[in-house]
Design a protein around this ligand. Structure first.
Ligand code: ATP
Length: 355
């Protein structure tokens, strides 16, 4: 038996019934609903304003029914109705971002995964403490501009989507930086980006064992980021700056990638250490998470961020990925979430995967 994350009182509405997979209609929700349906679970979509019209175009991804709120901040007020429906909330990036980590942590409805992870992920300093104490290599961090000895990226706190990030190719160029809020200065790592989709199951006793459970690799993507990804077409940075064009990292899409097979071992080791440390720090991270890093030319994997829930890059693999197909044909992350709920319930272990 592993670590209980949810009280019996919180799980009481789920007794003797199939849990209703519930999420906000956005981000990766079509995949989440599609996966739940494949595992025979009912679904509820929480729509902001009104149900997105384009959902009509995707009958296999559409939820069984909708609840509507004016704004995501209205979700906590739905708690009674959601408990009555036997809901299990599946968090995704937009849901947590728009509701706020604090309000999300207080939701009076069972949530898939360990909600204690939010406090560690939503604060860049705590996230670094977690990853570094797990022995994961991260981009160097400079306390002072005077310490900078190479290219850097300056990140604002909470600047989600990388908007307003500042790039400087050396200390001299950093002198032009005029901060507009709290920020961190990080080594700009030269290499290739990989966003690696893992799934940690605390109740599985087969496969790549970590803690009491096991770690699965379900996919990988690279993000398309406007305008940085195509900026080279316009020429050198100085020219662009003179023209008033600054680089931004606004995610507009995702492309599939695979790693050299010999690099998979390193990636698994990094993810395993992150999971093991999460168990020591806050009872463990459960379900999907994404390790976001840069592979350098000397094949070091420097992790700049971890997302502790389903990421939108998994939408590439609704019918399986080159990795998940080696676990089970056609397996998506959304479907894997539903499987975990079904299996935990069958084993009387829902308290280990819900919080
Ligand atoms: P999101 O919440 O959308 O993931 P964010 O605001 O937390 O974004 P990061 O994920 O840290 O920001 O970074 C955004 C993008 O900036 C990355 O996807 C990557 O392209 C680039 N980036 C971040 N850190 C580094 C680094 N140290 N070196 C090089 N590029 C980086």
């Amino acid at each position: 038996m592993g670590i209980p994350l949810a009280s019996a009182a919180r799980l009481a509405p789920l007794e003797g019934r199939a849990p209703t997979v519930t999420t906000v209609c956005s981000h990766s929700s079509l995949q989440i609903f599609h996966g739940a349906r494949a595992e025979g679970l009912p679904t509820i979509g929480i729509a902001v304003g009104r149900p997105p019209r384009f959902y009509d175009a995707f009958p296999r991804g559409r939820p069984d029914r909708f609840l509507t709120v004016d704004h995501v901040s209205g979700v906590p007020a739905l708690a009674d109705r959601l408990r009555e429906a036997g809901a299990v909330i599946v968090p995704h990036g937009s849901f947590v971002e728009y509701l706020g980590a604090e309000a999300f942590a207080k939701l009076e409805v069972p949530v898939f995964g360990n909600r204690a992870v939010l406090a560690w992920e939503s604060d860049r300093r705590k996230e670094r403490e977690w990853l570094e104490s797990a022995g994961v290599e991260m981009p160097a961090r400079y306390e002072e501009a005077s310490q900078v000895d190479g290219p850097v990226i300056v990140k604002y706190y909470g600047a989600k989507g990388g908007k307003g990030f500042y790039l400087a190719k050396n200390r001299e160029a950093l002198a032009d930086f005029r901060p507009t809020g709290p920020y961190v200065i990080q080594e700009y790592v030269l290499g290739t980006r990989y966003y690696v989709h893992f799934f940690y199951s605390p109740i599985s006793d087969r496969g790549y064992r970590v803690g009491h459970g096991s770690l699965e690799l379900l996919g990988m993507d690279r993000r398309d980021e406007a305008n940085i990804d195509e900026l080279y077409k316009l020429g050198a940075q100085e020219e662009l700056l003179r023209a008033g064009i600054r680089p931004t990292f606004v995610v507009t899409g995702n492309v599939p990638v695979v790693l050299r097979e010999s690099l998979l071992e390193k990636t698994f080791e990094v993810a395993a250490r992150i999971v093991e440390r999460s168990i020591e720090l806050f009872g463990g991270m459960v379900g999907p998470f994404c390790v976001e890093g840069i592979m350098t030319e000397d094949l070091r994997f420097k992790v700049f961020e971890i997302s502790t829930r389903i990421v939108a890059g998994t939408n590439l693999y609704i019918s399986g990925s080159p990795y998940s197909d080696l676990v089970e044909p056609g397996l998506s992350t959304g479907r894997r979430i539903a499987q975990e709920i079904v299996r935990a319930q069958a084993q009387g272990r829902l308290s280990e995967v819900l919080s």
